[in-house]
Write a protein that binds this ligand. Sequence first.
Ligand code: G4P
Length: 529
Amino acid sequence: MLNREQEIARRRTFAIISHPDAGKTTLTEKLLLYGGAIREAGSVKSRKAGNYAVSDWMEIEMQRGISVTSSVMNFDYEGYRINILDTPGHQDFSEDAYRTLVAADSAVMLLDGAKGVEEQTRKLFHVCKMRGIPIFTFVNKLDRVCKNPFDLQDELEKTLGIHSYPVTWPVGVDGVFKGVYNRALRRLELFQTSGSHGSQKISSIQIDISDPDLESYIGAEAAQNLRDDIDLLDHAGDSFDLQRVLAGELTPMFFGSAMNNFGVQQFLEDFIKMSPAPGKRNSTKGLIEPGDESFSGFVFKIQANMDPKHRDRLAFIRICSGRYEKDMSVYNERLGKPVRLAQPQQFMAQNRAMVEEAYAGDIIGVFDAGTFHLGDTLHSSKESFCFDPIPMFPAEHFAAVSAMDISKRKQFVKGIEQLKTEGAIQVFHNPDYGNDKYVVGVAGALQLDVLAYRMQGEYGVQLRVESLPIQYARWYTPEDATLDLPQYSGDVTRVTDSLGRPVILFASRWALQKVEEKNTHVKFLDIAP
Ligand code: G4P
């Protein structure tokens, strides 16, 4: 039996951040394969990058309402408990992807070796950086022609502002991939493929860098290049500093091919050792220690069950301290009363399992009949407190929405309110619109279609959606500042968010820049605190 401290120390809770198609589904699966959670890869459902229609997406979401297999997964590996949080990435990119990072203790940044840092990765990285969580980089698809690894390191520094420390180093990025060199072990692991998309684990062949046979394995030129690269890295590169890694200033970098299982196990083994166990969390009564006796956690995601026959939802709770016991009652700080965490579930590859107990770092999904709101603090402490609120992350698509049939106004308002508490949409009030029309913002374009679909299906309201030519929303401090804004321009719109805070919506980057230049006394924020 492990005690609470030991249970916490063995937990690793992370999210994979990447751009669609970099191989997140594949890597997740391979981690599950090496973790023994699945016996054969090829079973985790991929939400493909293809151009699927909204109805297909709904179909997937409905199935997910029943089996939320890919939201959170956990497995044990060498005594560690690994919790992987899924960040929606394709057309279903939404604020959930950002919010998931608030629940994670570290992030794995997965890059396609040929493409480097892509847009969605950059956006998600920005949130990790803001939270100061450690970021581990896995460069994937090394079996194909890839960018030069030194250039990739440069790219990380220039586009993301983070230094990297290659833990492994690839040999042959020109399409004739030979393997990866492990700098700590001073050994080269030869690339091999089982030829079956890596559905089974592979065994590895390793050669010492000083082995005279190295040349015969990889060729004289590749061996010389490797020695030169290592020399350069050792003398001119950053040295490994775990404190800088934990502060999110240095990213350990790994190379491999998830599809071929290559480099995955090595990555997993180093990752569990370098990444942090659940840490302290900020609250209104100061830092909450994961080892605290009393239970605490917060709701970071609400997954609606879109089957109109079952209006229940799942609320996902990140546990921050104490011990969760089955069916326990905890205090909901917003409601000011106790609530029961009923039918708690954890997710393992294809299956859900009832949770008997859980600790800081764990994620549980509880049955929710509409009680929970996004960001709710739950605890069993005698003293009242709230965790830091979950920020509002940048929406990028905006529309004015109203009910087609004005007599449905009540249902319209109810639906919009509920979808707001789920975090599916951001709602803004434009004083020119009156009370029958709102501005809504979403992070992924498909979310507007989803909104219309759900308003019809769940609230019986046919929605009028007028897409708005807005690209950026900015909060600002101080909120009472006098702003110099263009008088008669459609480029800039003043609104308030659902908490009554002033927000400015901009039609273009140009308009945003102009306003920033004219108002240097004000700070414009893309993420609302
Ligand atoms: P995602 O979740 O990040 O969107 O990516 P996913 O894992 O679905 O992978 C996207 C594509 O990249 C898939 O190909 C997958 O097989 C491929 N892939 C993943 N890892 C590697 C790798 O290490 N090397 C190479 N060469 N390809 C890789 P697909 O053609 O879309 O699907 P499939 O027919 O292979 O399943």
